[in-house]
Design a protein around this ligand. Structure first.
Ligand code: NDP
Ligand code: KPL
Length: 300
């Protein structure tokens, strides 16, 4: 299968690397520092089991690629439309496009530029770029993808490449459940620059998390999305599972990069305003992160 990964970062390099190892013809589209390193030595994939170089192709733009069978869009949420516009001229009528991104509105924002529905994908993995062309895997690596005429075949190919993939009947519920996890922890961990364990030791944090989640569930249900009754408990279990992890928003701020807060707490706050659902906790967290970005001169 010809695969293009749009966004050679932590998620794109990890899943692109596994697909290349399984024999697929993979091209990573990324920034010059990663592209040069990957074309020179291969992609360096470091896991708890060891380090290995994976040979694959990389380019800085999709202009010269052969039309792929499958595209994995792995850019941050603010880059979705631009990524779609750059890809559009290279797609075949039957090219399947998966959005491997946090947030819930990326598939819809991608669909316009690419001229077809994008398949929503929930990504459960912990990865980061440790240097040019060097991806570090911390844990997990499984996907939930939305149903479509191509989804079963895609899930079978991904699973055969050691990427456990399940087609779910209600991708909105799956995307919202992950979004609510992100709304609960990403901003708090970024504001405090603390991992989840110490974060939850501070008096009042648990109550703030409960308030954020309650607002998110209310706005999800007002949007017609069915949210499981035990979601609150699942969210509160996360710090116990990864006490030493900081959120991706904390990591973005530490690197001086704009995070995705406008697509996480910002998204639910906007949706709440549209639907008349009060969202004070989420709005406060969004603005707190934006204020930190502004004070550090981080912006687009
Ligand atoms: N990392 C993780 O463990 C997880 C991440 N996710 C989600 O996955 C998505 C991707 O995250 P992640 O991989 O961490 O992000 P990264 O920032 O590591 O990767 C995205 C990469 O794509 C590059 N890029 C953006 N636009 C273009 C373009 N037009 N052409 C070429 N390169 C481009 C970025 O460059 P630049 O930075 O210069 O813009 C960056 O190097 C996000 O939505 C994130 O929330 C979900 C679960 C886990
Ligand atoms: C699930 C969570 C909150 C884990 O860190 C995450 O996805 C993120 O940091 O963006």
């Amino acid at each position: 299968m010809k695969v293009v990964v749009m966004g050679a970062g932590a998620v794109g390099c990890y899943f692109g690397g596994l697909l290349a190892e399984a024999g697929h013809d993979v091209t990573l589209i990324g920034r010059p520092n990663h592209v040069e390193a990957i074309n020179a030595k291969g992609l360096l994939l470091e896991t708890k089991a060891g380090r290995r170089f994976i040979p694959l192709k990389a380019a800085t733009d999709p202009g010269a690629i052969e039309p792929p069978d499958l595209v994995l869009v792995c850019v941050k949420s603010a880059d979705t439309e631009a990524a779609g516009a750059a890809l559009a001229p290279r797609l075949k009528p039957d090219t399947a496009v998966l959005s491997l991104q946090n947030g819930v509105d990326n598939p819809q924002r991608l669909s316009g530029p690419i001229g077809r529905p994008a398949i929503g994908t929930v990504v459960y993995v912990g990865t980061e770029m440790a240097g040019p062309g060097h991806v570090l895997h911390h844990g997990r690596g499984d996907l939930l993808i939305g149903a479509s005429p191509q989804s079963d075949a895609i899930a079978a190919a991904l699973t055969a490449a050691n990427i456990s993939t399940t087609v779910v009947p209600d991708i909105d519920q799956a995307l919202w459940s992950k979004l609510i996890l992100n709304c609960a922890y990403n901003a708090l961990s970024a504001i405090a620059d603390l991992p989840y364990g110490p974060l939850m030791q501070v008096e009042g944090t648990r109550e703030v998390v409960r308030n954020v989640v309650a607002e998110c569930i209310a706005v999800a249900r007002a949007s017609g999305v069915s949210i499981p009754d035990d979601l609150h408990d699942k969210v509160l279990a996360l710090p116990g599972m990864m006490p030493s992890q900081k959120s991706s928003t904390a990591q973005d701020l530490a690197r001086g990069k704009p995070g995705e807060i406008d697509f996480l707490n910002g998204f639910v706050a906007r949706r709440g305003a549209e639907l008349g659902v009060p969202m004070p906790a989420n709005l406060t967290l969004q603005v707190a992160v934006k204020l930190i970005e502004a004070s550090r001169g981080i912006g687009r």
